[in-house]
Design a protein around this ligand. Structure first.
Ligand SMILES: Nc1ncnc2c1ncn2[C@@H]1O[C@H](COP(=O)(O)OP(=O)(O)OP(=O)(O)O)[C@@H](O)[C@H]1O
Ligand SMILES: [Mg+2]
Length: 382
């Protein structure tokens, strides 16, 4: 298989609490479980990405801060392996000082890009969790990335934020990073039944459709499907240092992120002419080792007290294996097939077109929305 460049995606939204970290962790974990090599980069001094994966930046040694501030630090020395195929470049609160400390450094927006070259060949997908601001750290993310992915909620005010973000991407693409594009929007904490959400999604769809062929960085962008439904399991998982697939692998949040990640991978492979059959064979082969490693992990102790506020809860099998989801989850947690069989099946399914209409999920709700809304905020201000 010819070498395809890594898909490097910066998950950015200057608005806080919209689902950037949750999306980065769970899409990254889902891609890794398909047997693809993934690096997650925590560019946020809040370190939520690191904590979500049970990594305490303060105790692992070197982090993004060291990488950006100390030219003698080797990139690979900052990387922590957290799951099979899933590595993380963690951060700590120290990173907050980097903006000031680098203020007079020449070419400071490209530091991360230069440092990443040392490990570029090792990864197929690189996801960057950016802070909720457009400072030096986010600019470093934008200079390294090939695309911006915008996690957001389907609210009208969020669309104004989106239009500002698109303007920023345009500016960066005109100077610092001419190859930067917008991959699309991920709808997080989505209320599938709300009329307001449906109107916003219809407006977003229309906006991106009308941008096709415009030559703007978002001309190929889209609303990624499925939308990620609001699901409390996604909010619970970080307190155990677990991905949603470790914590409740068949809950609605896991199903949505898994499906979205499979399409994310498939789109990239198709765009680069990757042989789906070869990829599928590799995925199936990888599923065996993923399964073995997952079983091993399940027998390990839960994360340390600092990472797991309620470790006793994590130890309970009923917490880890949630009750079956009546509508969205066709395979209850009381697994009928072995984990390796399920992972292999997911890998095979990922290479076939996924019908939008079935099962009835958020994707169906969105694709069937027929509301016609006069485009407002985004089109006017972009
Ligand atoms: N689909 C969802 N359903 C329920 N809760 C969710 C969902 N997605 C995210 N959350 C929760 O919402 C909160 C904010 O999510 P997250 O931390 O991913 O946002 P963020 O954009 O990274 O925030 P920040 O800007 O502070 O970095 C978290 O508590 C998270 O667990
Ligand atoms: Mg975050």
């Amino acid at each position: 298989m010819s070498r395809v460049p890594p898909r490097i995606s910066a998950f950015i939204n200057q608005k806080g609490g919209v689902g950037k970290t949750t999306s980065t962790v769970n899409i990254g974990a889902a891609i890794a479980s398909l047997g693809r090599k993934v690096l997650l980069i925590d560019l946020d001094p809040q370190s939520h990405l690191s904590l979500h994966l049970g990594v305490d930046g303060a105790s692992v040694g070197q982090t993004v801060y060291d990488l950006m501030l100390d030219p003698d630090t080797r990139t690979e020395d900052c990387i922590v392996k957290v799951r099979p195929n899933l590595d993380i470049l963690p951060s700590t609160v120290d990173l907050a000082a980097a903006e000031m400390e680098l203020a007079s450094t020449p070419d400071r927006n490209n530091i991360l890009k230069h440092r990443f070259q040392e490990v570029c060949d090792r990864y197929e997908f690189v996801l960057l969790d950016c802070p909720p601001s457009l400072g030096l750290l986010t600019l470093n993310g934008l200079c390294l990335a090939g695309e911006v992915v915008v996690p957001m909620q389907a609210h009208f005010l969020a669309m104004q934020g989106l239009s500002k973000l698109l303007e920023t991407v345009k500016l960066v693409s005109q100077g610092l990073n001419p190859s930067l594009k917008v991959g699309g929007v991920i709808l997080c904490m989505h209320e599938t039944q709300s009329t307001h959400s449906k109107e916003v999604v219809a407006e977003l769809d229309q906006f991106f459709e009308e941008s096709a062929g415009s030559g703007l960085p978002w001309e190929h962008a889209k609303v990624m499907r499925p939308a990620i439904r609001r699901n409390i399991k996604l909010a619970e998982a970080p307190s155990f240092g677990q991905t949603i697939f470790d914590y409740a692998e068949w809950c609605p949040g896991a199903i949505d992120y898994r499906t979205l990640a499979e399409r994310f991978v498939r789109d990239w492979d198709r765009a680069h002419g990757v042989d789906a059959g070869a990829v599928r064979a590799a995925e199936v082969a990888a599923s065996t080792s993923v399964s073995a490693a997952a079983n091993e992990r399940a027998t390990e102790a839960v994360p340390s007290a600092s990472r797991s506020p309620t470790p006793a809860k994590a130890a309970s099998p009923t917490q880890v294996a949630p009750a079956p989801q009546a509508v969205a989850d066709p395979k209850p947690a009381t697994a009928r097939a072995s984990k390796s069989e399920r992972v292999a099946k997911a890998a095979v399914d990922a290479s076939a077109p996924i019908p939008i209409e079935s099962p009835r999920t958020a994707a169906h709700e969105l694709s069937s929305a027929t509301l016609s809304v006069e485009p407002k905020h985004v089109r006017r201000s972009v």
